[in-house]
Design a protein around this ligand. Structure first.
Ligand code: ZN
Length: 154
């Protein structure tokens, strides 16, 4: 069912429509590059959970051109550096679920996950599932990271 209901083209794809909407604050986008961008996951595993996606609607990482692959990694490492500094994260889970078989929620548009970690945070994770407070939390986290990412790189 998930496969049947998931978007087949860019029109119904959040990774396409959100950056195209031009309201990065509303759509929780924290950083834009030339070929890819970073936004907060609406269903975070942890505070500051980011998704790094290309603007191109492409399912396979290997079908992206090398410049796009490169920029996705560059944006990811820049976000991790800023999250370490601005949120005092001490570790990250970093990677991708490629294809529905691997657990990708939206398999049609490839994206990388950057999940900040803190020692002892496992008890905190189930809290971040489904409260209203979370939306406010996402906005605050978005503002914090967007501001930190707007600073020139050292
Ligand atoms: Zn897409």
């Amino acid at each position: 069912m998930d496969y049947v209901q998931s978007p087949k083209d860019a029109d119904g794809c959040i990774f396409c429509t959100r950056p195209a909407a031009g309201d990065d604050e509303e759509y929780l986008i924290v950083l834009r590059g030339e070929l890819a961008y970073a936004m907060l996951n609406l269903y975070p595993y942890n505070n500051g959970h980011l998704l790094i996606a290309p603007y191109d609607h492409e399912a396979q990482l290997d079908r992206l051109d090398p410049a796009t692959q490169q920029e996705m990694l560059t944006l990811s490492t820049r976000c991790m550096k800023v999250i370490r500094e601005a949120m005092q994260a001490t570790g990250f889970n970093f990677g991708a679920n490629l294809g529905s078989a691997a657990g990708a929620g939206i398999a049609e548009h490839v994206h990388l996950h950057v999940v900040p970690r803190w020692v002892g945070d496992t008890n905190f994770m189930p809290v971040l599932g489904h409260t209203k407070v979370q939306v406010q939390g996402l906005r605050e986290t978005r503002d914090l990271l967007a501001r930190a990412l707007a600073e020139p790189e050292e």
